[in-house]
Design a binder for this molecule. Structure first.
Ligand SMILES: [Zn+2]
Length: 204
């Protein structure tokens, strides 16, 4: 299976045909896709103005999309490396990790679905590196009340039967990202859960 870097080389290779270069960009998302595969692809297509079936595609747009994705990946991998080093030090000093945060990191290790968007058409429109920097800031500064990406106050709860599958948990009602529980206070989590049970009750 080709790695991210060799796929990235294919995207930039002027000797490859454009359809293959687009296909390679899409394959990059199997290695790194912060919103999940489909939503990240939708983001890159709309931000760099190319369609999934675009026949007259300018390869420059694919490269610009790849640049954005690569920068985001570098931001995230640097954070993961630092996180892993910190955990090693803490273990060495006999400190136990925070179970829930460690589990979450294990699930998204490498950067897939760190802010998963269940609905592929609903995601932030800001550049990916910026979105990840905001998320990292929130992870490092501890739980808050609002969405770590757009600062929106409307945190909802996605569950079975929603379009948001496979994410079950808090979702930003404004920008659409699944919010890691570790960045929300227990009060914000309880409010989000409460909203869900109220809306289920009124639908019944
Ligand atoms: Zn948001």
């Amino acid at each position: 299976m080709a790695g991210f870097r060799s796929l990235a080389r294919q995207v930039r290779d002027p000797g490859c045909d454009t359809a293959l270069r687009r296909y390679s960009l899409r394959k990059c998302l199997e290695r790194f896709a912060p919103y999940g595969h489909r939503a990240t692809w939708d983001h890159l297509c709309s931000r760099h103005r190319f369609g999934p079936e675009d026949r007259e595609l300018d390869p420059g747009r694919l490269i610009a999309a790849l640049d954005e994705l690569e920068e985001a990946r570098a931001v995230w991998l640097a954070y993961e490396e630092e996180f892993a080093a910190r955990r090693r030090r803490e273990k060495h000093e006999g400190l136990r990790g925070l179970g829930a945060l460690d589990d979450w990191h294990r699930r998204v290790w490498g950067g897939n679905g760190v802010v998963r968007c269940g609905d592929p058409a609903v995601h932030p429109s800001d550049p990916l590196p910026e979105v990840l920097r905001r998320l990292i800031k929130a992870l490092e500064s501890g739980p808050g009340e609002r969405c770590p990406v757009c600062s929106g106050p409307r945190i909802e709860w996605a569950g079975p039967g929603d379009t948001y599958e496979p994410w079950h948990g808090p979702v930003c009602g404004d920008c659409g990202v699944g919010v890691p529980r570790a960045v929300l206070t227990s009060g914000a989590l309880a409010r989000a859960r409460g909203e869900r049970s109220r809306s289920l009750a009124s639908a019944a």
